[in-house]
Design a protein around this ligand. Structure first.
Ligand SMILES: C[S@@+](CC[C@H](N)C(=O)[O-])C[C@H]1O[C@@H](n2cnc3c(N)ncnc32)[C@H](O)[C@@H]1O
Length: 271
């Protein structure tokens, strides 16, 4: 993930970003991490019996997960991947062309879906709610389009769980706090069970998944936001001091000693 300095905060509006391909690469790197395979398995398991099911994957990005799900629902089922970004939907459709899979993609904002109430047997949202400014509207929509008895599967990080091995604990705390608070919903992970219990869902389960972040991915996840936070004054570190904070991490990576992790929570629930 070298080259352009991307800002993951711009996942809210990929189509307006300087380089949409940065976001596609970011997701490809993420989805190749071994822990993400476990998250995908967990989400599929939370959706219950998938054979013949109709499943909506909200914020589908490049559609890799939707294609995996389409193989699980089989010929009698269908998967619809939706995303607010036309660039993402285009990529998803291109990657699916010629595959004999029951999967389609369309542009849609998760805050206002066109589908009828109860249209789907399963609804899935992986790492998308964090990008939505009106999370109440989004959560209401996820539930509205799920049929009574249908299954919801959601995965979100809790950004305050970031752990990074750094010699300067004090500055690291300031950096991590600025990074967490730079998210619209930095604590979204820990709020998952409360939000869906409050909306009347049942059989609610929550499972933590800790993802080890390789240095390149850690850097791609933090650098854009931290540079913006330093420039805006939200992080009280000059550009030079921020560069000094990065230096031991680069050295650690060169010596094979870099360590960072982030924990997310997978919610399964029945409507
Ligand atoms: C971090 S990516 C995750 C993509 C995919 N779920 C995955 O895990 O590979 C977040 C995706 O959410 C999309 N997104 C952001 N805001 C959205 C909204 N309001 N409605 C639908 N999709 C949205 C972005 O365009 C992006 O593709």
């Amino acid at each position: 993930m070298t080259g352009t300095l991307g800002n993951v905060g711009e996942f809210t509006a990929v189509d307006h970003a300087a380089d949409a391909s940065w976001f596609v690469t970011f997701m490809d790197v993420a989805n190749a991490l071994p822990e993400y395979a476990a998250v995908r398995r967990g989400l599929a398991g939370a959706l219950g019996d998938l054979a013949g099911a109709s499943v909506l994957d909200i914020g589908c990005g490049t559609g890799d997960d939707a294609r995996e799900l389409a193989a699980l629902v089989g010929a009698g089922g269908r998967v619809l991947g939706t995303d607010i970004s036309a660039a993402m939907v285009r990529t998803a459709a291109e990657r699916s062309a010629g595959l004999e899979l029951p999967v389609d993609f369309e542009v849609a904002d998760m805050r206002a879906l066109r589908h009828a109430d109860g249209a789907f047997d399963g609804v899935r949202a992986k790492l998308v709610r964090q990008h939505c400014d009106d999370i109440d509207a989004a959560d209401d929509e996820l539930i509205r389009v799920l049929r009574p008895g249908g299954r919801l599967a959601v995965f979100d990080y809790d950004f305050e769980t970031l752990a990074v091995d750094h010699p300067d604990r004090r500055t690291t705390r300031a950096v991590v706090s600025a990074w967490v608070d730079g998210h619209q919903h930095g604590w979204i992970g820990r709020g998952l069970p409360r939000r869906f219990l409050d909306r009347g869902l049942r059989d609610v389960t929550v499972t933590p998944y800790t993802v080890r972040l390789p240095f390149d991915f850690f850097r791609a996840s933090l650098e854009g936001r931290l540079t913006a936070a330093s420039a805006s004054g939200q992080l009280a570190l000059t550009e030079d001091r921020l560069a000094s904070w990065w230096a031991p991490l680069h050295e650690a990576e060169d010596r094979g000693r870099f360590f960072a992790s982030l924990t997310g929570f997978l919610l399964g629930a029945t409507r």
